[in-house]
Every structure is written in structure tokens, then in C-alpha cells.
Design a protein around this ligand. Sequence first.
Ligand SMILES: Nc1ncnc2c1ncn2[C@@H]1O[C@H](COP(=O)(O)OP(=O)(O)OP(=O)(O)O)[C@@H](O)[C@H]1O
Length: 235
Amino acid sequence: MSEGQAMNAIALDLGGVWRRFPQGAGTLDVLRGVNLTIARGEIVALVGPSGAGKSTLLHIAGLLEPPTEGRVMIGGQQANGLDDAQRTLLRRAHLGFVYQYHHLLPEFSAVENVILPQMIAGVSRGAARKRAVSLLESMGLAARIDHRPGQLSGGEQQRVAICRALANKPALLLADEPTGNLDPNTSETVFAELLRLVRDEGLSALIATHNPELARRMDRMVTLRDGLVCEVSPA
Ligand SMILES: Nc1ncnc2c1ncn2[C@@H]1O[C@H](COP(=O)(O)OP(=O)(O)OP(=O)(O)O)[C@@H](O)[C@H]1O
């Protein structure tokens, strides 16, 4: 295996990541030297008490904000020091996001919401539609592809958001409480479908959750406490 291929076997590499916010007259160190590596194909749960820094870590891994200090590598590529345009390209090429709230475009249908990011990435409309329909069908939404988000249930909306996040086959899916907005039964079902799809597609994921049952279904559980990864246990 060449060095390039070996590096690409790593979806995410965070080294000595600090995140410091101003607080009153002083500062708040939310992350204090986090080290975390996620291999391609690995699904990792990010857990920890409220305020531990899970969302902050996901923002840094997602190149949405820079660390105060430390290394961020995505798919073997260095993210530190890139300008906005380069960061956007790296994000589009390698990352997918699912949030607690779906953030779908309300005036577009389900299938159009999944087609759009592919067309932005340069995929032809025909190929993008084919993949979008296939993803939506695999999430049980065959009869809903032409519905707008407002005509879908909360669970269906979140399924569409998951299909959209995976449309460009990101090396790494970042998800912040992806089913936290749903009732417990729907959350359970949608979460199982999310994991199945990520595994079927051979992708990696870092998923923040407060639900220990859901966390245990992943390959590895990373606990954040006091700004550090304090536990990496087999799930
Ligand atoms: N932009 C900011 N400015 C100042 N403080 C911030 C900022 N963003 C986050 N924080 C602080 O960082 C800490 C960690 O927040 P974060 O949202 O990352 O925690 P979390 O583990 O995701 O919490 P939860 O489980 O409740 O979502 C909190 O104390 C929060 O107030």
C-alpha cells in the first residue's frame, strides 16, 4: 500500500485539538487536546454529558469552525491553513452532515433535495436522480419521493435528510443527535436505517448521541469529558 493509500484509509484524524472561547474576562477551554482517529468504514459514537463539547468537536471535524490549536485531517488531506474556498471543496468532497432538525429545502420535493447536492458536485441530473431514488427507496420512501418536506412526517423528513447527506458518498458522515427530535419508536427505526445505510455504503460516521442504547450499536464509543477523550470502549 502506498503512503497515499494508507493515509486515505483514515477518514478523520484529529490531533491535539483545542477549542477556546472567550468567557467574561477570561476564556473557556471546551476542547483541551483531543486526539481522535476514525478509519474508513468505522462508525463511532460520540457521547458525554451536556456541554462536554460534542457539537463543538463535530463543527471542527466538519470544517465549520477552526480549532484554536491542533491538527484536522479529512480523508488524508490536511485541513489546517486552507482558505474558505478550499475548505468548502474539501467539505463537499468528503463530508456529509445530519442534524437534529432536517434543514431540507421546503420548496423542493424529497427527491430534488437529494439530487441537488449531487448536481452541485458536478453529477449529471440523470445520474443524480437515479441515485436519489435508489437511496430514498432503500429508506422506505418510494411512495414519498415527490412530496415536499411539509407533506412528510418528522421521521420521513429525517430519512430524506440522511439520504441527502449520503448522496455524494462522503468518506465521513457527521451527525449531531440525528434522531433526537423524533419520538422514541421512530428514533429507533430511523437510527437503525441510518446505520444500515452507512454500513451498506461502506462509509464512516461520527455520531453524537445522548442515547446509550443507540451508542452501543456503533463500532466504538468515544466519551468526551472535561474537554478530553476520556474513554474509547468497544461498543
Ligand atoms: N460560540 C461559542 N461561544 C462561547 N461558548 C461556546 C460557543 N459554542 C459552544 N460554547 C460552549 O462550549 C461548551 C460545549 O458546548 P457544545 O454545544 O459543544 O456541547 P455538547 O456536548 O454538544 O452539549 P449538548 O449535549 O447539550 O448538545 C458549552 O459550555 C457551550 O456553552
